[in-house]
Design a protein around this ligand. Structure first.
Ligand code: PEP
Ligand code: MG
Length: 576
């Protein structure tokens, strides 16, 4: 029997495929009794997972002590390695398998809960906190036992792809789908501007998130359809429904191919103004997408994806190669590379997770970079070396304070001085810009304008921080409103200030790639839009139909409105 569930559409298109259940959370551990004759095999499975995690931790320690990470990481990893050998954890779990016939995951989680309870009784706050290490070790073991997205099933013979069904997925997991035959994914949690959703869009994989119980409702291998445009998921569809969606998918593909005719048409408005349509990328693998749409350059290269989902950090040469490859692929075009924006939903695997009460307000982006000056300097050196090969601009994420810029510029000077002393070539005039994605930055633009060469508005975070809602939490997604009058004031004010002081301003958040906002942003004075390459031609179509002389005064009136319904109506009428 087929049934339909509605969630949040985050990546367009239709996918038809077979379910592959992926687990991450301990909550999802199945409880079952193992048959007597399979008990030895179950213990062997547990022992194998222990050996795998031991290998992972030893690798992690080697990376941490290689000097790139927090110095105390080595000690934490040692502690976790010791826990793997501790009879109170592993031996006790083995006994639960053999004596109570629990499956390995269940045995581990039971023993973990027992140990956590004991830790909670401890007076000493340091020792009490060590319960987090027990949880992390068990989490690693359970992940290995359950299989991770990295271990995806092989391509199927019936021509249908695999649809990943998970409680949650990290951006790094999603990026790993690129190398597998993944037709789409659906998750219980998540928001449309979470980094997981952004990666799905850049890979053009249909996705629906915020489905609440899909992980429980879908069964391994069953047929599932994703309508990533409407946010609809159909489980167990019959042949008739599958045929209907096949047709719809063909229609969507036809519409997209019509847009391809605009590839080499300059993005000029009806009144002759040229608009730059730039691409957001995650790495050199996106070069094909940029060429397919002939983007005017790169407005945002999210370099953190080079650092995520791996046990050791990329060294200077690896980074240099990645940046140089992208720059050389776009001769004569600007390439804006953002320094790594790790933290919040983009946590590094090389650092022991810390308890963070509010990760989005914590050690993220430039804040993280400045606490790891050695790692930051390595990136700056790699970027400067790459600058010798084309038109590189360096961009700093999530700035809020003048001293963050000053410290960064001092590190850039240090990197330049080192390279000069080593007689390594770089572009002496490389421009440094910053992202406006914290309301404080948009409200105190003077200190940014005085110090930087360009600005780029990150609307995803600007909206998150202005409206105080977590962009990856589906429970508050209905409050995520790009047309909120406060958000529009901050965006409009930044574009205007840039024009007044002759500083180029772009928008590189998801708003720039959403055709619903193109006319509004053009009317605000925006001439640089950066988005995932898949949206460039659709936005170009909007630009080609627009008349700035007519739009600008209408948008100025919209910016004065402070009644949401009126703003919404007025924006909708811009297209009419
Ligand atoms: C943004 O915040 O709008 C942005 C472009 O950066 P990210 O989505 O990577 O946080
Ligand atoms: Mg951001």
């Amino acid at each position: 029997m087929a049934f339909t569930i509605h969630g949040l559409p985050v990546s367009q298109g239709i996918a038809i495929g077979h379910v592959h259940l992926v687990s991450h959370a301990l909550l999802e551990v199945n409880h079952y009794h193992v048959a007597e004759r399979h008990l030895e095999e179950e213990v062997a499975r547990l022992d194998e997972a222990v050996a795998t995690v031991h290998g992972e931790l030893v690798g992690l320690k080697a990376a941490a002590t290689a000097g790139h990470s927090h110095s105390e990481v080595g000690a934490f990893v040692d502690l976790q390695i010791m826990m793997l050998a501790d009879p109170l954890l592993i031996e006790a779990a083995r006994r639960l398998v053999l004596e109570r016939r629990c499956n390995a995951e269940w045995a581990l989680v039971q023993q973990m809960e027992h140990l956590v309870e004991q830790f909670e009784q401890i007076e000493d706050p340091y020792l009490r906190e060590r319960k987090a290490d027990v949880v992390q070790v068990v989490e690693r073991l359970v992940k290995v036992l359950l299989g991770q997205p990295g271990h995806l099933p092989p391509k199927r013979r019936d021509g249908l792809g695999t649809i990943v069904v998970a409680h949650d997925l990290s951006p790094a997991d999603t990026l790993g789908f690129r190398d597998h035959n993944i037709a789409g994914f659906v998750t219980d949690v998540g928001g449309p501007t979470s980094h997981t959703a952004i990666v799905a869009r850049s890979l053009a994989i249909p996705a629906v998130v915020g489905l609440h119980h899909i992980r429980q409702l879908a069964e391994e291998d069953e047929l599932l359809i994703i309508d990533g445009t409407r946010g609809v998921v159909i489980v167990g569809a019959d042949a008739g429904i599958v045929e209907e969606y096949r047709l719809r998918r063909a229609e969507l593909e036809l519409e997209r191919s019509k847009l391809n005719r605009l590839r080499d048409t300059p993005a000029r408005t009806l009144d002759g103004e040229l608009v730059n349509l730039l691409a957001n990328i995650e790495g050199p693998k996106d070069i094909g997408h940029i060429r397919a749409v002939n983007a005017d350059g790169i407005g945002l290269y999210r370099t953190e994806f080079l650092f995520l989902g791996r046990d050791s950090l990329p060294d200077e040469d690896e980074q240099y190669e990645a940046y140089r490859t992208v720059i050389k692929a776009l001769p004569g075009k600007p390439v804006t590379i953002r320094t790594f924006d790790v933290g919040a939903d983009k946590a590094l695997d090389t650092v022991s997770p810390r308890f963070e009460p509010n990760p989005a307000l914590g050690l993220r982006a430039i804040r993280y970079s400045l606490t790891e000056p050695k790692m930051f300097l390595t990136q700056l050196r790699a970027l400067l070396r790459a600058s010798a090969h084309g038109k590189l601009q360096i961009m700093i994420p999530m700035l809020a304070h003048a001293h963050e810029i000053d410290q960064t510029l001092a590190l850039v000077d240090k990197a330049k001085a080192e390279l000069r002393a080593e007689r390594v070539k770089f572009d002496e005039t490389v421009q440094i810009g910053g992202m406006i994605e914290v309301p404080a930055a948009a409200l105190a633009l003077g200190m940014f304008i005085r110090r930087l060469a360009f600005l780029s508005i990150g609307t995803n975070d600007l909206i998150q921080y202005t409206l105080a809602i977590d962009r990856s939490d589906e429970a508050v997604v209905h409050l995520y409103d790009p047309l909120h009058p406060a958000v529009l004031k901050l965006i409009g004010g930044t574009i205007q200030a840039g024009a007044r002081y002759g500083l180029p301003v772009s928008v590189c958040g998801e708003m720039a790639g959403d055709p619903a906002y193109t006319l509004l942003l053009l009317g605000m004075g925006l001439r640089n839009f950066s988005m995932h390459p898949g949206n460039i031609l659709e936005i170009k179509q909007q630009v080609l139909r627009s008349d700035l002389g007519e739009l600008a005064p209408r948008v100025q009136r919209i910016l004065k409105l402070d009644e949401p319904a009126k703003v919404r109506d007025a924006v909708a009428r811009l297209a009419g």
